[in-house]
Design a binder for this molecule. Structure first.
Ligand code: FE2
Length: 424
């Protein structure tokens, strides 16, 4: 075997597991495997997981914080206006450089697959070309899936539809949309119809920013589910954000959830961004504005947590840490039961992998040897500690290493403790 990882704890809780890797794939998983590895890693009971997956990101805007100025109100609408100010001065070199830097951060965080929306409302398609270039360059170590995203509105922006089709022709993978940003509810619904029919014709997946508002009467997720069902696109359509569902009438939601389930539409919440951008028009009490994650899960709907933004016009924080995303999602959704906390870990690993349609993702023989060894003994402890990524492995090769959380304490009246392992 090329590599054997010994004494791992797996996300399902099984302990003392060995993982054998041969030719970029997992060859065997079991207890005390009688196999010799040319290289061996002793996980010493630490959690070994398939890599983190971010199902919702904006790599064209990432790490542009402060350009050309900061978002003074911190609101969604000022962020969109600010992005509009920044767009004319974007260069392909700067876009590529920032995206490559972010991908380095991602790998160090064990984040090896990202679905990034890319704005197509620039007739030059500068960001599209830049991110297609980045996608090819990072392919050996990170799966970058791109969504053609009409940020300024498909029908509201003059050339958005033709630009979106050009972007798809250039190699962008997924059809995006932003129905709540169109001029009317009717235009929003029409944009969904046009985009879903285009995607169905091309055999592509759909992922729309959908109902990203606090408007309890926003109904675009219903229309998205309708067209997904009508066009036979079950399992290939995703509604991102769905924040208005937080504010919708409860009776209506009880009708809506089975429709989403029946249409095979997945949901993506973006906890860090939803909790900071929504509820801005509220006096107290302020709504949280994240979609109804536990209720969606209970209805049998796939729900992933996305990062959405890192140091961009909408959000000045973040570092590519999907455990930070899961940590915030857990708190905002009050998912504090044992099973619920574990589900938050799945929302940044297995579930987004399914939403992206990643092939060979997982921990069974035959899967890609893409693994992360965490400084934690369980999925819940990983979230609690935002645990260090001790080893990140891609196709059987170690691509990143980091030390466990340690400190050298020198406390008055107490013997010095060297290499004290923190918090466990
Ligand atoms: Fe987004």
């Amino acid at each position: 075997m090329d590599l054997v990882i010994r004494n791992a704890t797996l996300p399902d809780g099984s302990q003392g597991m060995d993982i054998a890797i041969e030719s970029e794939r997992i060859a065997a998983v079991g207890r005390a495997l009688p196999i010799h590895g040319r290289q061996e890693i002793d996980a010493a009971g630490d959690l070994v997981t398939p890599p983190f997956v971010d199902a919702h990101f904006h790599m064209d805007a990432a790490l542009s914080y402060g350009l050309p100025r900061v978002n003074s109100s911190g609101t969604l609408l000022e962020g969109i206006a600010l992005w509009g100010e920044l767009k004319p001065s974007l260069t392909q070199e700067a876009l590529v450089e920032r995206a490559m830097q972010y991908c380095d951060w991602a790998v160090a965080r064990g984040l090896l697959a990202i679905r990034s929306h890319v704005d197509v409302c620039d007739d030059r398609l500068l960001a599209v070309e830049a991110l297609l270039h980045v996608k090819a360059r990072v392919a050996p170590y990170l799966d970058l899936q791109l969504v053609a995203f009409p940020q300024d509105g498909l029908l509201r922006s003059r050339s958005a539809l033709s630009n979106l089709k050009r972007a798809i022709a250039l190699g962008v993978d997924v059809v995006g949309g932003i129905p709540h940003f169109e001029r009317t509810m009717a235009d929003g619904a029409e944009s969904i119809r046009l985009l879903c029919e285009f995607a169905a014709e091309k055999g592509l997946r759909v992922d729309m920013h959908c109902d990203e508002s606090d408007d309890p009467l926003s109904r675009h997720i219903e229309i998205l589910a309708y067209h997904a069902q009508r066009l036979g696109m079950q399992g290939r359509v995703t509604g991102s954000h769905l924040t208005s569902m937080h504010s919708m009438d409860n009776y209506y939601v009880s009708k809506l959830l089975p429709l989403i389930r029946e249409a095979g539409v997945a949901a993506i919440a973006n906890p860090l961004i939803n909790i900071t951008l929504q509820g801005r028009h509220d006096a107290y009490p302020k709504r949280r504005g994240m979609t109804r994650v536990p209720e969606l899960l209970a209805a049998g709907i796939d729900v992933a947590f996305g990062h959405d933004c890192v140091m961009d016009p909408w959000y000045s924080l973040g570092s590519g840490d999907m455990l930070e995303v899961a940590h915030m999602g857990l708190h905002v959704a009050q998912m504090t039961g044992q099973d619920a906390m574990h589900a938050c870990f799945l929302a940044v690993t297995e579930t987004p992998a399914r939403i992206l349609g990643l092939q060979g993702y997982g921990l069974t023989p035959g899967c890609h040897a893409d693994l992360v060894i965490l400084d934690a003994s369980s999925t819940i402890e990983a979230i609690r500690l935002r645990a260090a990524r001790r080893f990140v492995i891609r196709r059987g090769n170690i691509v990143s290493q980091a030390p466990a959380a340690q400190a050298k304490l020198s406390l008055p009246g107490r013997p010095e403790q060297v290499d004290f392992r923190l918090y466990r």
